[in-house]
Write a protein that binds this ligand. Sequence first.
Ligand SMILES: Nc1ncnc2c1ncn2[C@@H]1O[C@H](COP(=O)(O)OP(=O)(O)OP(=O)(O)O)[C@@H](O)[C@H]1O
Ligand SMILES: [Mg+2]
Length: 257
Amino acid sequence: MLEIKNLSKSFNAGTCNEIKIFSDFNLVIKEECTGILGTNGCGKSTLFNIISGVVMPEKGDIILNGKCINKFKENDRAKYIGRVFQNPSMGVSPSLTILENISLADKKCQRFTFKNLIRKNKVGEYKELLKALDLGLENKLNTKVKFLSGGQRQSLSLLMAAMNKPELLLLDEHTAALDPKTSRLIMEKTQELIKTRSITTMMISHNVKDAIKYSDRIVMIDGGKVILDVKSKDITEKELTGIYNSRNYGSPIAEAV
Ligand SMILES: Nc1ncnc2c1ncn2[C@@H]1O[C@H](COP(=O)(O)OP(=O)(O)OP(=O)(O)O)[C@@H](O)[C@H]1O
Ligand SMILES: [Mg+2]
């Protein structure tokens, strides 16, 4: 369970460019998959950056499964939090092979030298994980990731983010750069991973249909507040699109309140 308590965050505070993103923002996430929606610029990625320790808030507590992680640095939080980005190159190391990438993810937050990165006795296990993606990546262990397609990279990135069963998985528009067929495939794999491993997940998406289909709960943020919080089964695509379209684009607090 993730608890966000009394969170406040502004950028460029004290200047004429100040933007207030959150002011006393509260959210509790218990479900396996919560879809996070909101117009461009409302602060969704900033929220993920705050949870991951990339961006520091002025105020507020981030509590993950009962432990307050406010003081944990980004690296320490990475032990508990997996993240997949919109850009398929961000969650992987393109100049390393598939095997090296998976080995890195497996050793996340452990001390190791590059020489002892790959453990031969783990290769069979990695192949099984890759096989489950149905993309034939288990036969390309020594291929550099830069030679993979966006969809293949994103599948690998997802697998790496989820492989050691993080306490929280953050998906930031992770299918937005993919074609419709690949996007569907990745969404199916995402759901399978989340459900089989019971990982608490927050999934940012602008795709209303996917958000309803693949999330258990929908949270919409606007003007630094939660403006909608419903079970996915209790809202239709049409209703959700209507609420979405009624919001102003890029509406941080100052404009929305
Ligand atoms: N490091 C930063 N410094 C200054 N402003 C920032 C920084 N990061 C984000 N912002 C601003 O904060 C606002 C929210 O950005 P954010 O990326 O969180 O939006 P978003 O909801 O993820 O939007 P999108 O749907 O387009 O991805 C934007 O106005 C953005 O320009
Ligand atoms: Mg974003």
